[in-house]
Design a protein around this ligand. Sequence first.
Ligand code: ZN
Length: 112
Amino acid sequence: MEISQLVRFQKMFESQLQSASPYFREQIGTAIIGDSVDQAFELQEQMLGGTLENRKITSVQSARAALSRIRRGCFGFCEECGEEIDLRRLEIHPTTLFCIQCQEELEHKIGA
Ligand SMILES: [Zn+2]
């Protein structure tokens, strides 16, 4: 993937986090620096309990996970087979972890 595309995704995830909740907003600056902050986040999420709607937490978590993958240089690669995920697929599902083939196989397994 081109660096410019990677940066575009990174900005998108960051703005997603920023718009999520003031509660998370203050964490973002540190969240993109190191994995130790992930633990802090987990703690925060535990403290939150069920006060936030699940969807919001999920979108924050997946945006944060995507930023973490950008940081580690593995964003855009399938977690299953390691192949590069089709950019058109990433445009539609930016937080996806799998290429279309693996996704279909996984869904097939779950459905079976
Ligand atoms: Zn794959």
